[in-house]
Design a binder for this molecule. Structure first.
Ligand code: GRG
Length: 305
């Protein structure tokens, strides 16, 4: 996508679809091939989960942040895809019997159902480590060593102990206990928000944005991360399982604290609108402006899957 296209405000749904196709093609090319000498089963499991579709929100956000700053580089695509690998690993492990014990993901049997638990654990481990190898290779895509290290540290922090893994642990710890809104927000900032914010910041680093812009984008990321989760909670109550490609209604079954369970559905919808507004407000003052990121906030608010 050229800058010209971006400023012409092409239909956002088309843009999203084209970007997802670009991500899918890159993943298909860069993931270990079926014919490689190492374990065919591991290759198959990794490709099965990583190429199963999905909205590709994280890599697209990385591309958008970079493109919005006038940089449409292969490096942003590579970094975005690395974040998608981390996301896919988290879904595989989250679906395991020891965690959510889900049978369907992205409209097909989960990795452990299609293969077996050991293979699913290893496929997740493989994707997580592969992601860091891809990020380390950013130096071969014209990114300075200093920026590459910064992005690796950012990814480690978002994915690990203080980010998604820590958030998942908190989420499990609070199952069947009524959490207050502050606790719920902390869980979601770490479990979901961190891995949504990090690719945006990575895109900004690759594009060479200044600290002020990066901070604004970080703020935006935190808001859309939260928005993403509020909408996820709402969809678990009133979404369509066929469109979502996974089992719904599990939050209520597990007696989890969610925005609808704490606030009621109407107030959860209102809160989503409020957080959406905060996300859009965070983009004000950015130079150049980021219309695609604004459209992404709308997309997340209205998403059905
Ligand atoms: C196992 C370390 C570890 C973490 C798991 C991501 C996660 C943490 C759990 C997934 C469960 C869940 C429903 C989280 C809420 C938000 C979320 C991450 C939804 C799935 O992401 P999408 O909608 O999925 O971007 P697609 O399939 O479109 O990529």
């Amino acid at each position: 996508m050229t800058e010209e296209c971006v400023s012409a405000q092409i239909n956002f749904a088309d843009y999203l679809e084209q970007s997802a196709v670009r991500v899918n093609q890159a993943l298909n090319e860069w993931l270990p091939s079926k014919n490689a000498l190492h374990s065919a089963r591991l290759n198959e499991a990794v490709r099965y989960s990583a190429l199963a579709g999905g909205k590709r929100i994280r890599p697209v956000l990385c591309l958008m942040a970079a493109q919005g700053a006038g940089c449409d580089s292969e490096a942003a695509l590579r970094a975005g895809c690395a974040f998608e690998l981390i996301h896919t690993y988290s879904l595989i492990h989250d679906d395991l019997p020891a965690m959510d014990n889900d049978d369907f993901r992205r409209g097909r049997p989960t990795c452990h159902k299609k293969f077996d638990e050991a293979t699913a654990i290893l496929a997740g481990d493989s994707l997580l480590t592969m992601a860091f190898a891809w990020l380390a290779e950013l130096v071969n895509y014209g990114v300075s060593a200093e920026k590459t290290v910064e992005i690796i540290a950012l990814a480690a922090s978002a994915a690990g102990h203080d980010g998604m893994v820590g958030g998942q642990m908190l989420d499990i710890a609070w199952e069947k206990q009524r959490a207050d809104l502050v606790t719920l927000e902390t869980i979601h900032h770490r479990k979901t928000g961190a891995l949504i914010t990090a690719p945006i910041v990575a895109g900004a680093i690759i594009a060479g944005l200044d600290i002020f812009s990066r901070k604004k984008l970080e703020e935006y990321g935190a808001h859309i991360g939260l928005l993403f989760q509020i909408v996820d909670d709402i969809l678990d109550v009133e979404g369509d399982a066929a469109v979502m490609g996974k089992t719904l209604g599990k939050d209520a079954l597990l007696e989890k604290s969610t925005y609808p369970s704490l606030l009621g559905l109407d107030k959860a919808h209102e809160y989503a609108l409020q957080v959406h507004r905060s996300a859009v407000d965070s983009l004000s003052g950015l130079e150049p402006s980021q219309p695609l990121l604004e459209a992404m906030a709308d997309f997340i608010l209205h998403r059905k899957s």
